[in-house]
Design a protein around this ligand. Structure first.
Ligand code: ADP
Ligand code: MG
Length: 246
């Protein structure tokens, strides 16, 4: 088997005496679409935070393309190809949509060797990123002008601006209507199939998870209790008892 893009081994994370993650192992192959599910409070976002460097894990290791990420800042991890969208979108409120995608573009892609774009070139790329999520018509507007689904799309465009190898979408669909969920799903599929971005989808909406995921992992109380073919995982009695049967 090829070198996994992401390899997490024995990762544990405590908050004081509370164990949020308990010796989690997880591998993600290049180009894969992985679904990550589990009850609220099971440690999904904490795992994302440990992968992306918002939190540092004291125990275990996270490797990305074979490289150990221990001690690397979130910023450094973005540089080497990790991106995530936040459960609650975090746009720059006082900036237009163009500038909201321009900032991550300048601080990541533009800062990489040999990737210098002119100012006009940056504008073109910002337009492309907004067009990719269907927001090019609102390029000169502000985040406050957006609907909830548009806000989620902007959040994804900002993550993709950094040209990630791995994108983690943390509950990008919560609270959306069926057609809006389909919109976001189609967007994530395009990013995976057309741009080759590996995607971890964290989601409670099981129809979305099942149509998207090539593999499914389940966290319960900070422990990974299942990992495999989606159809097998959702029929696993332990998964049904701990999550799906609720
Ligand atoms: P999920 O994303 O699966 O809903 P989280 O990873 O957000 O779960 O949270 C897992 C557990 O860790 C929860 O009990 C949450 O209250 C706790 N937790 C998360 N972040 C912190 C933090 N910064 N400090 C203390 N406890 C936290
Ligand atoms: Mg969460």
């Amino acid at each position: 088997m090829s070198e996994p893009l992401l390899r997490i081994e024995g990762l544990s994370k405590r908050f004081g005496g509370f164990v949020a993650l308990d010796s989690v192992d997880l591998e993600v192959q290049p180009g894969e679409r992985l679904g990550l599910i589990g009850p609220n409070g099971s440690g999904k976002s904490t795992l994302v935070n440990c992968i992306c460097g918002t939190l540092q894990n004291e125990v275990g290791s996270v490797r990305f393309q074979g490289k150990a990420l221990d001690g690397m800042s979130a910023h450094e991890r973005t540089h080497i190809g990790l991106a995530r969208s936040f459960q609650l979108p975090r746009p720059f409120a006082s900036m237009t949509l163009m500038d909201n995608v321009r900032i991550p573009l300048i601080y990541t892609v533009q800062a990489r060797a040999g990737a210098q774009r002119t100012l006009a070139g940056l504008d073109v790329r910002c337009r492309e990123l907004l067009a990719m999520v269907g927001l090019d018509g609102k390029a000169r507007q502000w985040p406050r002008d957006l609907t909830q689904v548009e806000m989620r799309k902007l959040e994804l465009a900002r993550a993709v601006a950094a040209e990630p190898k791995l994108l983690i979408a943390d509950e990008s669909m919560a609270g959306l209507s069926h057609s809006e969920i389909d919109d976001i799903l189609a967007l994530l599929l395009r990013l995976n199939e057309q741009q080759g971005i590996t995607v971890i989808l964290i989601e409670h909406i099981m129809s979305a998870v099942m149509s998207f995921s090539q593999r499914l992992a389940v966290l319960v109380s900070g422990r990974k209790i299942a990992d495999g073919e989606p159809a097998d995982v959702v029929n696993d009695p332990e998964v049904v008892r701990a999550y799906l049967g609720q």
